[in-house]
Design a protein around this ligand. Structure first.
Ligand code: 13P
Ligand code: SF4
Length: 306
């Protein structure tokens, strides 16, 4: 009901002001959650916002590893996640014990972990990266002949390896949502829209990345659509991104590479849950101090690289 909806938005705004809270939302959040956010972005952008915000409280609308990263970067702020069950199946594909075992097998290797990992895993790594800066982080953060373990996303690792001509010790992790985007499906969409450019996320399968015009983080996709002269763009990532692009660039024709690329965890956050998070502050994100202190350096060094 629209009036009830407006009432929720009003209550969110008032509480946000009263509690000096900031709402950070990932690009895959549902439309109505994005619309109440102070900042919408990709993992790197959200980490930067979390590190620099002057608010007392962060309501993090995304998945758990993102909220944990915000807490690690802003340990003195209260970080609340509206739905504590909003996890990331890819992040859960490796735990700290498994990473320690891998390090024992490769004692000389340095460890690069994708931001889609738990705080415990980040505490075991040398550097962190996101989908927007993996190649840059490797080139600026490691010596040229250093052996590197890259966890957990095999598709991002393989894509980065091809980009910069460097091999990694790769973990067999992947994103179940992006793995649903197939090259054949994209080719069908291209047939219907032959003039469209194809942009995909590096979490997509490597054969999907190969047929794309550009491989970009969700923030990179936003900038691409904003800056390009092209009118039609096929977008291969989680469908929430499509909604944001269509909302912000109504003159462009944005086609999803696949309608079934839906991340159920990103969709767990609703407007009501954002309000309850502000009212009750129930699901506070806590990261053990020792783990946070160990993990922080790898994230801060990544932010410094950019
Ligand atoms: P971005 O950092 O590109 O937004 O990616 C985050 C993510 O989880 C993609 O599935
Ligand atoms: Fe994790 Fe994939 Fe969902 Fe991103 S889209 S949060 S990688 S499951």
């Amino acid at each position: 009901m629209p009036s009830q909806h407006n009432d929720i938005i009003e209550r969110i705004k008032n509480l946000k002001e009263k509690k000096k809270a900031v709402i950070l939302a990932h690009n895959y959040q549902i439309n109505e959650v994005q619309l109440v956010a102070d900042y919408i972005g990709d993992s790197l952008g959200l980490s930067i916002q979390a590190a620099k915000t002057e608010a007392d409280m962060i309501i993090f609308c995304g998945v758990y590893f993102m909220a944990e990263t915000a807490k690690i970067l802003s340990p003195n702020k209260k970080v609340i996640i509206p739905d504590k069950k909003a996890g990331c199946p890819m992040a859960d594909m490796i735990n700290a014990k498994q990473l320690r075992e891998l390090k024992v097998k490769h004692p000389k290797a340095k460890v690069l972990c994708y931001v889609n990992t738990s705080a415990e895993v980040k505490a075991e790594c040398d550097l962190c990266c996101t989908s927007s800066n993996a190649a840059r982080v490797v080139e600026k953060g490691f010596a040229p002949n250093e052996e590197i373990i890259f966890v957990p996303d095999k598709y991002l690792a393989n894509y980065t390896s091809k980009q910069i001509g460097r091999d990694f010790i790769v973990w067999d992790g992947y994103c179940p949502t992006h793995a649903r985007i197939l090259a054949d499906t994209i080719k069908k969409v291209q047939k219907a829209h032959p003039k469209a450019k194809v942009i995909v996320h590096p979490e997509c399968r490597n054969d999907v990345a190969e047929i794309a015009d550009a491989v970009l983080s969700t923030g990179g996709m936003y900038n691409f659509v904003r800056d390009t002269e092209e009118e039609e763009i096929i977008v291969g990532t989680e469908v929430g991104m499509i909604e944001r692009l269509r909302r912000d660039f109504p003159k462009k024709k944005i086609y999803p590479a696949s309608d079934i690329a839906v991340c159920p965890n990103m969709k767990k956050t609703t407007l009501e849950k954002v309000l309850w998070a502000l009212e009750e502050e129930e699901h506070e994100v806590i990261v053990d101090k020792e783990i946070a202190d160990k993990a922080r350096g790898s994230i801060e060094r990544m932010i410094a690289i950019g």
